[in-house]
Design a protein around this ligand. Structure first.
Ligand code: NIG
Ligand code: FE
Length: 397
């Protein structure tokens, strides 16, 4: 967009740049954006003139949230399954096939409307970048159209043909893996940046996951992985072995899993990262009434942690990053600063992006103005709509 935009009179600016604590906080600050980029950050009293001005009125401003894990392309809902869980049923992932049936039966326009609705919801809650997975089509045509529709909304699109083995392949999973690696990947790859596998008992075992992810890498896709959500397993270490950008869920981890993740953390400022981020999805534990992952253990070991919503109709039907921040602080013993960092810069690292999740010159001008004086209020005032204004690509939304 042309023209400049100044946001001034910021009481607390979270930059996520090194220095001034983990969040790189500046007081009484201002941010100037031009052509969708941050071009200047400094004291509000010295702010340059701009074509447009937003007076933050002493409020806190943060980088827009980076939701690095969401499943937005689906049809139907599973409210009855949620109610059954709240009455004591366990979550097994078995409901995925219910959503697959509804998604296959939906028109493109219905799927597109759901993506737009959820994306709008997320944006209003401060999310300026969202990753979108396929995974509820599970045929060549339905996975390709899911990604085509996802790509209309986000550049961070992920091929999840290996979400579960669909019913028609139930007794021949090897054949389904062949389909995923062959024609399905070929049809999906033009619309996808990443490949993902649900590596879990009842979904894909480690050999199938390794084979599928290797095919995706050979097709030029980056690797991410659902791992160790429902029980311990080899998924996390497979992710590290393959240089995954992120392993997601990480609810059941051994010491060796934590060590493997910690061994990948490198200094982001030193250049392109090979870090495998642990992306924690507390909305899933909330909505499945499961034990939360031990974020403290990961952080204390030096693992890079991200927070994301896992927005999907089964295990976590929330698009709210502020809700995830509050859960992470209350239930996972993250400090408010750690949780805000994980929901912004952490998400960016899980997507291997250095142009988002920070507010420094050169970064994308994606900002959130809170209806609060400090980032602390995101956890301190849970459930309260604290997102006053969202600016994406330098454009007030
Ligand atoms: O991330 N774990 C696998 N996939 C989703 C659940 C999808 C569903 O239940 O529909 C998840 O939790
Ligand atoms: Fe997921």
């Amino acid at each position: 967009m042309s023209g400049s935009l100044l946001i001034d009179n910021i009481g607390e600016l979270v930059t996520n740049s090194p220095g001034n604590g983990p969040l790189g906080i500046r007081r009484d600050a201002a941010v100037l954006a031009e052509e969708g980029r941050v071009v200047w950050v400094g004291p509000s009293a010295y702010a340059p003139a701009a074509d447009r001005r937003i007076d933050a009125g002493g409020a806190a401003v943060l980088p827009g949230f980076v939701d690095s894990h969401a499943h937005l392309v689906f049809a139907g809902d599973r409210a009855a399954e949620f109610a059954a869980r709240m009455a004591g049923q366990p979550y097994t992932g078995g409901g995925i096939r219910t959503t697959v049936g509804a998604t296959r039966a939906a028109t493109d326009e219905e799927l597109r409307a759901t993506v737009r609705r959820l994306h709008g919801e997320a944006l209003r809650q401060g999310t300026t970048t969202i990753e979108i997975k396929s995974g509820y089509g599970l045929t060549v045509a339905d996975e390709a159209r899911s990604l085509r529709i996802a790509a209309e909304t986000s550049t961070e699109t992920t091929f999840l043909g290996a979400h579960v083995v669909p019913a028609e392949y139930a007794d021949r999973p090897d054949d389904y893996v062949g389909l995923v690696c062959g024609p399905m990947l070929a049809a999906a790859a033009p619309y996808a940046k990443w490949i993902d596998v649900f590596c879990e008992r009842g979904a894909f075992d480690v050999d199938h996951a390794r084979a599928i992810l290797a095919c995706g890498q050979a097709a030029g896709l980056g690797v991410r992985l659902h791992a160790n959500q429902l029980g311990p397993g080899p998924g996390v270490q497979l992710g590290v072995e393959l240089g995954a950008a992120s392993v997601d869920h990480c609810t059941y981890l051994s010491d060796a899993d934590v060590d493997a993740l910690a061994s990948t953390t490198v200094d982001w400022m030193c250049g392109s990262s090979t870090t495998t981020v642990a992306t924690l999805l507390p909305g899933a534990e909330f909505s499945t009434r499961s034990p939360y992952p031990d974020a403290r253990r990961l952080l204390d070991a030096g693992v890079t942690v991200a927070l994301a919503t896992d927005c999907n109709p089964g295990s976590s039907y929330t698009s709210s990053m502020p809700f995830c921040v509050a859960l992470a602080v209350r239930e996972m013993r993250m400090t408010p600063a750690e949780a805000v960092w994980a929901a912004t810069a952490g998400g960016a690292r899980a997507l291997r992006r250095d142009d988002i999740g920070v507010l420094t010159p050169g970064a994308r001008a994606d900002l959130v103005v809170l209806d609060a004086p400090s980032h602390l209020h995101l956890a301190y005032r849970p459930g309260v709509p604290l997102i006053r204004q969202v600016i994406r690509n330098g454009v007030p939304q």
